[in-house]
Design a protein around this ligand. Structure first.
Ligand SMILES: [Ca+2]
Length: 169
């Protein structure tokens, strides 16, 4: 019995090591000064592709809690992502309710987005439903946001999935 437990323990440790190694192969992992751990993709994908990719590793597209965290993320992305790129997907999207009303939400946990940092003339709406950040200077500013066609391929950032408490009826 003790031997089986030991073997089970060793196998679970090895599995965790393999998953951690795979994450390190696929992402650059950094911690923001706020304490949020971020996983920066080493590949370019659509917003939906990025969400699926995050999910494969038990992650979701990144949400931000404040303007300060928004700036911290852009500072890190400038050091990690290509110099000739300015676009990076965040986990924000336009949610349309049954009355056709759009609200902006974080996909991780479904919370409404409580602050914004739109670039000049944004959001431009139309068919642009997904949120990106200009992480380098673009149109005169840095760390500003744009709503964008979700199928365009860009780098993206993941974070750990939030686990909301299930409510009982
Ligand atoms: Ca736009």
């Amino acid at each position: 019995m003790a031997k089986q437990l030991l073997v089970g323990f060793i196998l679970s440790v090895l599995t965790m090591c393999v998953i951690a190694q795979r994450v390190n192969d696929k992402f650059v992992v950094k911690t923001l000064p706020t304490g949020k751990v971020i996983y920066i993709s080493k590949t370019f994908m659509s917003w939906y592709g990025g969400l699926d990719y995050c999910n494969k590793f038990g992650l979701s597209l990144v949400s931000l809690n404040s303007q300060n965290e928004n700036k911290q993320l852009s500072n890190v992305l400038q050091k990690v992502l290509p110099r000739n790129e300015v676009h990076c997907w965040l986990g924000g999207y336009k949610f349309q309710d049954e009355n056709g009303f759009n609200s902006l939400r974080w996909v991780n946990g479904g919370r409404n987005i409580t602050f914004t940092n739109w670039a000049k003339s944004e959001p431009s709406h139309g068919n642009e439903h997904c949120l990106e950040m200009y992480y380098r200077q673009y149109r005169g500013d840095v760390a500003t946001w744009n709503d964008r066609y979700c199928h365009d391929k860009h780098p993206f950032v993941c974070e750990k999935r939030s686990h909301g408490n299930a409510k009982r009826c």
